[in-house]
Design a protein around this ligand. Sequence first.
Ligand SMILES: [Zn+2]
Length: 253
Amino acid sequence: MPDTPAEVPDFTQWPSFPFEGDIRVKPLDEPVDAEPPRKGEGHRECTACNAPDEAYIWVGERWRVRAMDRPTGLPMVLILESRSHLDLGDLPNLLAAELGVMTVRLERAIRSLDGVARVHVNRWGDGSAHLHMWFLARPYGQLQLRGTFLPLWDSILPAIPESRWRENLAMVAAWLAEFGGRPLAEPPRIQWQAPSSFSGSGTAPVDVADGEPTSVIEAAEEAGPDPVEENPSAEEPTREARGPASADPEAAN
Ligand SMILES: [Zn+2]
């Protein structure tokens, strides 16, 4: 028997909580004395700095926007990155001000897509030291997806059709390009016959470097140590995507 099992919090009863059945709270590991370096810290390579512009759907002088490498459950999941290797608190005033402008612009672009009710903006940063902001679109009408469990639902829901995903990427890229920069995502070519895959549909604007996460939750897994590193004590990687799960989605809206 575990000693004093932690009580399961109220949010497990919320309609937005994705799981049912018997839920138990995991025991917490002992805190480490020194945290391991994130990507782009210490001796670890920075994925963002190494990624070519072609891995993004839109690039500007100081900002880039990328997608996952395949469709996921939500209508749109995008990441805004600074070109410079800086974390949020290190941004100089120019970039800090532009982050606000870019955040508003990207939120509006994603919210303009068909079937999108809301866009949630998140910054975790446990996995990579290079600033990256998550933009997660909630499908319209799906009230159960409201609030802080949306990143979990992204991995639970069936992936949206690839053609729709590519159209959405192209629309966001074109929207951003209205203000400058270069759109790299293009709409899919017209498919005269039902394709078995879209691998041949023109450019592949959203391919990202090997090992890049394909969903918010996979990104959380990425926060763990390099697989090649010896770290026998790390059975579970850091959970980057846990978010402020105690926030009440009703109150947050
Ligand atoms: Zn970097």
